[in-house]
Write a protein of this length. Structure first.
Length: 490
């Protein structure tokens, strides 16, 4: 568990610190001064500085899975870390050129996208079934810690330097993303390769060594798990010959591919990621135009994200079903957003950023919104999507899901600054409407995966059934259509 969660920790920290918009760097006068663009271009710069990274991440998702399949999860993570560090170095350098900064954003995005594709696969293939949701959810948990840290660093830079036009005011927050990225690259050297990837490649002795290492024992239970993994790989091998990418849209696989795509689309459409990227700008809609107040409220927002996601990971992840939490979470978020829109419409904030009862109420609603997000749509899509695919299409299928995440991350990061500028309070109403649609779709579409090993989920699909909970006992129905002979683990 420690090794697997460490990968999630470092990777999520990279993602969290990789976005200057998330902590308000783009609002600092020193950044505007060094890159010499007029205030009238602020919306465009906000949009491109965030969006181009997502474009690079989206592109990386499309090529990460074949690299991961050929070289292994471990080497793919090392490569993604190196690429990210190159981009981060370019971003941190004070080139006085927005074009150069944008290039750095794209390169860093390539590393982020690759890591985002490989990490959930590695985690799902290494984690025991009873801890898979918790470990998979560590991505969101440590993402919130990274975001929390970045918010307070940005607030601290504003507090220390104020309106001083000093480059290190924005370079320190940007440069700190090199720390988790470097640790991810070097830390991966100490990890073992994925048990299931090694088994898939026929490297059974290495797979057994890897499983003993990650479980820290060679007990009978571990041997039984190894046999189950080998049986699952053998079963998949019966139907994996001559794989073609078109199989993702074949009738038997299309529902899974569509689910992966739509789950991450829904995650982005909740509006929570837009809040993470443009927190100060959003809070100005609620409390007025004070940058210092907006940065402080955003920093508190980050602390609440950490507390909520931490509560989920440590106390709820393995005690609740995926599907029901996603449904209820979406509807509660919708209520928060729609109510916020109504209050801001009825009681607009004062221009001077003064404290009002309406402002306090709307800030509280946004904090409740982010709590619900980090108890549902924040952490759960990552383990859920990597669980739903059989081994044959797990890599490309997960890549489709993560590509969707980055694609709509790109869409909303490009459009959110313009939404804030042109829609004002209507932005909250739009997110609320999206959340209503998401909750309804989750109730009608999503199936349950909690409490089952990847091999058990695959067995159910091979026999042609779905994996929605049985009305009688909440468990998967049915078994296998046949047996697969696999040599015992020595």
């Amino acid at each position: 568990m420690t090794a697997a969660s460490s990968v999630n920790t470092l990777k999520s920290a990279c993602v969290a610190r990789a976005d200057p918009g998330s902590g308000g760097v783009l609002t600092l006068d020193s950044y505007k001064h060094d890159y010499k663009y007029p205030t009238t271009d602020q919306t465009r710069v906000n949009s491109l500085a965030v969006g181009l990274q997502q474009a690079g991440a989206f592109a990386a998702c499309l090529v990460a899975w074949p690299i991961s399949d050929k070289l292994g999860r471990r080497k793919a993570l090392m490569i993604s870390s190196f690429v990210f560090c190159v981009g981060a170095l370019i971003e941190t350098s004070n080139t006085h050129s927005l074009a150069a900064f944008y290039v750095g954003r794209v390169i860093a995005g390539l590393g982020l996208g690759a890591a985002s594709t490989v990490t959930p696969v590695y985690i799902s293939e290494m984690a025991p079934k009873e801890l898979r949701a918790r470990i998979g959810s560590f991505f969101q948990f440590f993402f919130t810690i990274g975001i929390f840290t970045s918010y307070w660093i940005d607030y601290g830079m504003d507090e220390v330097y104020g309106n001083a036009l000093i480059s290190r005011q924005w370079q320190i927050p940007i440069g700190l993303q090199l720390v988790p990225a470097g640790l991810l690259g070097f830390g991966t050297i100490t990890l073992k390769e994925s048990v299931r990837w090694l088994t898939k490649k026929g490297r059974h002795d290495e797979a057994w060594d890897s499983l003993r290492w990650i479980r820290a024992d060679g007990s009978r239970a571990t041997r039984d798990e190894m046999e189950e993994i080998r049986e699952g790989a053998a079963r998949e091998a019966l139907v994996t010959a001559d794989f073609h990418i078109k199989e993702l849209i074949q009738p038997t696989n299309l529902p899974l591919t569509a689910t992966a795509f739509l789950v991450f689309l829904a995650q982005q459409a909740t509006g929570a990621t837009a809040f993470a990227y443009f927190g100060p700008q959003y809070f100005k809609l609620l409390v007025g135009n004070s940058t210092h107040t907006a940065l402080l409220l955003t920093a508190i927002f980050g602390a609440i994200k950490v507390a909520a996601c931490g509560f989920f990971v440590w106390f709820l992840a393995e005690r609740i079903t995926r599907r029901h939490v996603l449904i209820y979470g979406a509807f509660i978020m919708a209520a928060c957003q729609i109510t916020t829109a109504a209050v801001v419409k009825a009681k607009p904030p004062p221009e001077d950023g003064g404290i009002t009862s309406a402002g306090i109420a709307t800030v509280a609603l946004i904090y409740l919104f982010v709590i619900m997000y980090n108890l549902s749509w924040g952490p759960l899509p990552w383990p859920y999507v990597s669980e739903i695919f059989p081994a044959r299409i797990r890599d490309p299928g997960t890549a489709v899901g993560v590509a969707s995440q980055w694609l709509f991350n790109l869409v909303f990061s490009l459009t959110t600054p313009y939404m804030i500028e042109n829609l004002g309070w209507g932005t909250f109403l739009l997110w609320g409407a999206f959340d209503v649609v998401i909750g309804t779709a989750a109730a009608l579409w999503l199936n349950e995966t909690s409490g089952k090993s990847l091999e058990e989920i695959a067995k159910r699909r091979i026999r042609g059934g779905g994996d929605r909970e049985s009305p009688s006992d909440g468990r998967f129905e049915g078994g296998m259509t046949g047996d697969v002979d696999v040599a015992p683990v020595k």
